[in-house]
Design a protein around this ligand. Structure first.
Ligand SMILES: [Cu+2]
Length: 120
């Protein structure tokens, strides 16, 4: 007696290769995830005093001086409020926000950042 083995070919479920398109722009370049930037306030200076950021990034200022400081937009549009020693505050970068800032207590303390356009 001949046993015949019938092997039924299982229908191969072909999973569509769903690439996470949300990580790609139309040009195929990766979109940077939001980054966190840190500015130390020490010796009555913002360090660094120039930053390149993108919309959605966060900038955190931390005061290392005994004197209180702020990071206050030149147009008053955003403000960390008073930062005592070792206090920190963060601002999220939004399109069109003021990019020059100073310390409200020591207006000679000035710094800036520039917002690079996001590829999306
Ligand atoms: Cu200050």
């Amino acid at each position: 007696m001949i046993r015949r083995l019938f092997i039924r070919k299982a229908a191969a479920a072909i999973a569509a290769a769903t690439f996470p398109a949300s990580y790609l722009s139309l040009s195929g370049r990766a979109i940077a995830r939001p980054r966190r930037h840190r500015v130390e306030i020490e010796g009555f200076r913002f360090t660094p005093d120039r930053l390149e950021v993108a919309v959605g990034d966060t900038i955190t200022w931390i005061n290392r001086d005994i004197a209180p400081h702020t990071a206050t937009a030149t147009d008053g549009g955003w403000n960390t409020g008073e930062l005592v020693k070792d206090a920190e505050a963060s601002v999220t970068v939004v399109s069109g926000m003021q990019t020059t800032y100073f310390c409200a207590f020591h207006p000679m303390m000035k710094a800036r950042f520039s917002i690079t356009p996001k590829d999306q």
